[in-house]
Design a protein. Structure first.
Length: 245
C-alpha cells in the first residue's frame, strides 16, 4: 500500500536530486504532475520544519542542509551496514570493481542497500535503494539459492521471466540449472543477462536470521577473465562478515 502524501514527499526529494537547482512552485507542480495547491502545501510544511527554503523572492525553493544531516545520522547508525562496510571496502579495493550489498525487497525483487563504486572511469553504476528483478541478477540468484527448493520453484513458475538481453535465462528450469551448478564453481552469476556487456558475481550470507548477498559487477571485458580470482575475494568477504561478532 502506498501512502500518497509520504510518496509525494519522496518524489520532491528525488526531483531536486535530479534537477540540482532551485525550482519555482509552478515548475515543481508541473514536473510532479500535481496541483499547484497540493504542491504548495507540501513545500510549506517542509519549509516550516526546516527542510526547504526559498532562495529568493520568486526565485524558487531548494532543500536545506538539514535533509543531508539527518540522512548522514541515519546512515551512520545503520547496524547492518556498520557491520559489513569494512569488508565491502576491502573487497572493492581488491577487486577494483563496483561492490553491491543487498537483500530481497520481496521474493521477486532485490534492493541494493549499499553501493561502493569502482575506482575505474568505466564502471558499473548504481545507487542505494535501486531495485532489480531477482531472476536475471547475480545478487538475486544468490538470494534465490537461500530459499527452500519447492518455494523457489513455485516462485519462478509464477514470475514473468522477460528477456532483458539475448542471454537472459527465461525459463524456471534454466534458472534452476544455473543455481544448481553455482555452489560448486564458487559464484552465482549474471553474464550479460541484464546488460549485454556487464558481468555480475555474487555470493549469499546470513546476518542473524536474515539472508543478504554481496555482488561484484563490472564490464565484461575486464571482469570475466578474473572471475575465479574475484569470486574467491567475494566468498572471503562474506565469510568475514558472517564470523564478525
Amino acid at each position: 500500500m502506498v501512502v500518497k502524501t509520504a510518496f509525494r514527499v519522496i518524489e520532491i526529494v528525488e526531483l531536486f536530486a535530479r534537477e540540482k537547482q532551485p525550482l519555482a512552485l509552478s515548475e515543481m507542480a508541473r514536473l510532479l504532475e500535481m496541483p499547484v495547491s497540493s504542491c504548495l502545501g507540501l513545500i510549506r510544511t517542509l519549509e516550516e520544519q526546516g527542510y526547504m527554503y526559498e532562495t529568493g523572492r520568486r526565485q524558487g525553493y531548494y532543500p536545506t542542509g538539514r535533509l543531508l544531516a539527518m540522512a548522514q545520522i541515519i546512515a551512520a547508525h545503520d547496524p547492518v551496514l556498520d557491520r559489513v562496510r569494512p569488508a565491502l571496502e576491502e573487497l572493492r579495493d581488491g577487486a577494483r570493481e563496483t561492490v553491491l550489498f543487498g537483500k530481497f525487497r520481496d521474493p521477486n525483487t532485490v534492493v541494493y542497500l549499499e553501493v561502493l563504486s569502482a575506482p575505474q572511469s568505466i564502471r558499473y553504476s548504481a545507487e542505494s535503494g535501486e531495485t532489480r528483478p531477482a531472476y536475471a541478477n547475480s545478487m538475486g540468484r544468490a538470494l534465490l539459492s537461500t530459499l527452500a527448493p519447492e518455494a523457489r520453484r513455485k516462485l519462478l513458475a509464477a514470475t514473468p521471466l522477460a528477456p532483458l538481453t539475448d542471454a537472459t535465462l527465461t525459463t524456471p528450469d534454466a534458472i534452476e540449472q544455473e543455481l544448481e551448478r553455482s555452489p560448486a564453481r564458487g559464484w552465482y552469476g549474471n553474464l550479460g543477462e541484464s546488460i549485454p556487456d556487464l558481468v555480475g558475481l555474487a555470493w549469499p550470507l546470513r546476518i542473524g536470521s536474515e539472508a543478504y548477498a554481496i555482488s561484484v559487477a563490472g564490464p565484461r571485458y575486464r571482469l570475466e577473465p578474473r572471475i575465479d580470482e574475484v569470486a574467491a575475494m567475494l566468498r572471503s568477504a562474506c565469510l568475514a562478515i558472517e564470523h564478525k561478532g
